[in-house]
Design a binder for this molecule. Structure first.
Ligand SMILES: [Fe+2]
Ligand SMILES: [Fe+2]
Length: 193
């Protein structure tokens, strides 16, 4: 990731403050790099959740909690739609007879459903942490944060190792350009520059 690509550089230190920015229009000229950058952000969210698991009230301050909640609420659904509606169908088209790929995509699809469900609960609980209100069920928050973080790490490892690697090898330039256009459009950007 670099300033040239339009993608934000992020640090991987476990205690680094989580922050995110919307991708620039130019970033969508390299849609697979946008997906990888999103994966790096999602991993950084997991690191904040790890801190909250040890210390729900003081594992992150309000500014960082707002960044995490907004990322989960605004960006994660866009990323899941990029994969479910655009990237995965392109990969299926490339290899319609590949049963291994079908199985992997089916598993990732199931995990996206779980992501969406846990995400709703986590965002509501993080709202409580931001405003200083009591959590409705602290034990359930810890359970959800652990489940989300654990599943997300496994999910990201599969997507980076199998899906993105395969997409880089098999998608033609025209497919990648179309993928970038569709991802940009989903975010209200008409055409990458
Ligand atoms: Fe992903
Ligand atoms: Fe995914």
């Amino acid at each position: 990731m670099s300033a040239k690509s339009g993608l934000k550089t992020r640090t991987s230190s476990p205690n680094a403050r989580f922050e995110w920015k919307e991708h620039t229009p130019a970033a969508f000229n390299r849609p697979l790099s946008v997906i990888e950058a999103d994966h790096a952000s999602q991993l950084a969210v997991c690191r904040v959740l790890d801190r909250l698991l040890h210390n729900p009230r003081h594992g992150a301050d309000a500014q960082e909690l707002v960044a995490v909640r907004d990322y989960l609420r605004l960006q994660l659904p866009l990323h899941i739609a990029d994969e479910e509606e655009d990237l995965f169908p392109l990969l299926r088209q490339q290899a319609p007879a590949d049963d291994d790929l079908k199985q992997i995509l089916a598993q990732l699809h199931t995990e996206h459903d779980t992501d969406r469900r846990l995400n709703d609960h986590l965002c509501s609980d993080i709202d409580c942490l931001i405003t200083g209100h009591a959590l409705a069920d602290p034990a359930q928050f810890l359970k959800n944060a652990f489940a989300f973080s654990e599943m997300q790490r496994r999910h990201l490892a599969w997507e980076n190792a199998v899906i993105v690697t395969r997409a880089r090898k098999s998608l033609r330039k025209a497919d990648q350009a179309e993928l970038g256009r569709r991802m940009a459009k989903r975010r209200g950007i008409q055409s990458p520059v």
